[in-house]
Design a protein around this ligand. Structure first.
Ligand code: CP
Length: 302
């Protein structure tokens, strides 16, 4: 269908997003399809990852393609000073698609400009994480049965949390109301709030987790992103700002679901895992089906 790169969730139209979600549903019903036999896909990760890398690699394998790549750039010629441009030009000569995570904002866009094959952004600094967004939307659709008419409460590190930025942009295609729960130091950046204002989408801000806990359909918890802080003292001030536990969920909406891109540190107590509201582990599983859909759509097989 698409035959292009996925760098920002804004690269996809509403129709393309809905198409990927539909294809993901088919992959959830049938996980193993050899539709990409003969293809080779590179997963190159310049930053740590568990879910994104392993679910992309599993997706490649389940689609019948082969995967090459690295999870630690210190074992590559980057450690000898090779530039990102040269690395991407080389790798794109070998493979049919590059899936890349990199700490620098804008690195994925740059890679797509020098690559001869489609590039998927698996996270670029605090900027974007579009495959996470698509699996978040899939999880919202599966739990709520719709994408319109929902209230999403984003909690935690809204400044550096790239998943919240991508999700906000994607959900702007739908009738969504946002609550932003964050301390002053980690508020949603003004450019994203301006984006919502331009689109006529309502949002409320608070620094109290309790204030709007009972007013949302999706509680989107996030980890404080230690790796993005330049001053360790600033991180120490906010690292334990919110902690959700089961006793706080007594009056939430019956169908409310808690999402978290994971990993969590201590923002969700383990006693929440056994409540009917916890969805974050199933959300991570959904990543496999959605990433199978992304790869096959971008390569023109769906
Ligand atoms: N959600 C997410 O990106 O997790 P990983 O950092 O483990 O890939």
């Amino acid at each position: 269908m698409m035959k292009k790169s996925l760098i920002s969730i804004q690269d996809f139209s509403k129709e393309e997003i809905l198409h990927v979600l539909e294809v993901a549903k088919e992959f959830e019903k049938n996980r193993s399809r050899n539709i990409l036999e003969g293809k080779v896909i590179a997963c190159i990760f310049f930053e740590p990852s568990t879910r994104t890398r392993l679910s992309f690699e599993t997706a490649v394998n389940r689609l019948g393609a082969k995967v090459i790549g690295f999870s630690d750039a210190s074992n590559t010629s980057v450690s000898k000073g090779e530039t990102l441009k040269d690395t991407i030009k080389m790798v794109s000569n070998y493979v049919d698609m590059i899936i890349m995570r990199h700490p620098l904002e804008g690195s994925s866009r740059y890679a797509s400009e020098v690559s001869s094959v489609p590039v998927v952004n698996a996270g670029d600094g605090a900027n974007q994480h579009p495959s996470q967004t698509l699996l978040d939307m899939y999880s919202i659709m599966q739990t709520q049965g719709k994408l319109d008419g929902l209230t999403i409460n984003m909690v935690g590190d809204l400044k550096y949390g790239r998943t919240t930025h991508s999700l906000l942009q994607a959900m702007s295609h739908f009738d969504t109301e946002f609550i932003f729960t964050a301390p002053d130091e980690l508020k949603m950046p003004v450019e994203y709030k301006d984006f919502l204002k331009e689109k006529g989408i309502r949002y409320t801000e608070t620094d109290s987790l309790e204030e709007h806990l009972n007013d949302c359909d999706i509680l989107y918890m996030t980890r404080v992103q230690q790796e993005r802080f330049t001053d360790p003292m600033e991180y120490e001030k906010v690292k334990n700002v919110y902690r959700l536990d089961a006793s706080m969920l007594k009056n939430v909406r019956p169908g409310m679901k808690i999402l978290h891109p994971l990993p969590r540190v201590n923002e969700i107590d383990q006693d929440v895992d056994d409540t009917p509201y916890a969805y974050y582990f199933k959300q991570a599983e959904n990543g496999l089906y959605v990433r199978m859909a992304i790869i096959s759509c971008l390569l023109g097989y769906r």
